[in-house]
Design a protein around this ligand. Structure first.
Ligand SMILES: N[C@@H](CCC[C@H](N)C(=O)O)C(=O)O
Length: 284
């Protein structure tokens, strides 16, 4: 028997996902739904699927998030989706809190909502700051070195820094960001043997205005307009390689994120926009 599920499409800096309130709708096979619904020709069209649920397992949180890439793989964290969830929860009146504890597969992330407008319903979430917790530099357990690594694709060699923001990133600074073939190099590097869990790949270049222009190949979704965890990883990689201090502005194809790697607590704080695109209903 078919049933229908109400969804909301949102984007954060152009990184678009389909959001479903899992407290109301049971998406029994989220991987299959992510593949079908993300398809930009035969589905709704998105970079993946996000389920917003209750916290589970006795964790002290207000809500939980699960994120599935367009290929159906489940990721442990999504920065852009966490900001969108903050806006969704507040503007759809699922909470009146402006500080929200969001359970993810890589820990509880604290969302701070920045509001505009005096009184509800005029009050809107203009931007969200997410405490992304501390970065880690080790590749997953079976590889215990810190990368600074080198990957070669065809005749081109990339030097990069591996940074985990709860999910894995390999950040390569280049000097031809605007013309680089992100699809060619990113698709090969995602599956490099150095990355047993595959990897998100960021290509970045420090520009003369001090901003870091970043283009992304996401694990499981390919080229996206932006990646929140990727922006954090890029800012951290810039700092550890001496290219930037602890605050960076990361300019991606779909928008700009402000990242601070706080010296006092070691956490990375990401601030950026979130936007509704449309609501709909789909049969499963
Ligand atoms: N777009 C996201 C990251 C989504 C998950 C990623 N593709 C992975 O597989 O780790 C973000 O904004 O952080």
């Amino acid at each position: 028997m078919t049933k229908s599920v109400r969804f909301t499409k949102m984007h954060g800096a152009g990184n678009d996902y389909i959001y479903v309130d899992a407290q109301k709708y049971d998406v029994s096979d989220p991987s299959a739904a992510a593949i079908a619904w993300s398809n930009r020709h035969t589905g709704i069209g998105s970079d993946g699927l996000v389920l917003i649920g209750k916290p589970y397992g006795g964790v002290d949180a207000d809500f939980s998030m699960r994120i599935f890439n367009a290929d159906g793989s489940e990721a442990k964290m999504c920065g852009n989706a966490s900001r969108c969830i903050g806006k969704y929860l507040y503007e759809r009146r699922l909470t009146d809190k402006t500080t929200i504890r969001l359970q993810t597969l890589s820990g509880v992330k604290i969302l701070k909502l920045h509001l505009v407008g005096n009184e509800p319903p005029e009050t809107k979430v203009e931007s969200v700051t997410v405490d992304m917790l501390a970065p880690s530099f080790r590749v997953p357990e079976q590889y215990d070195e810190t990368v600074g690594g080198v990957l070669t694709v065809g005749s081109r060699t990339f030097h990069g820094t591996f940074v985990s923001m709860g999910n894995p990133h390999f950040v390569c600074f280049v000097d031809d960001i605007d013309t680089l073939d992100v699809a060619r190099y990113g698709s090969a590097m995602e599956y490099a043997t150095a990355f047993p869990e595959r990897c998100n790949i960021e290509f970045a270049e420090l520009k003369s205005d001090g901003n870091i222009r970043t283009r992304v190949w996401e694990r499981g979704s390919g080229i996206t307009m932006a990646c929140g965890t990727g922006a954090c990883a890029t800012a951290v990689a810039a700092a550890v390689t001496g290219r930037a201090l602890r605050r960076s502005i990361i300019a991606m194809d779909g928008g700009t994120l402000h990242i601070e790697w706080n010296e006092a607590d070691g956490h990375v704080y990401m601030t950026g926009p979130a936007a509704f695109v449309f609501d709909g209903e789909i049969e499963i």
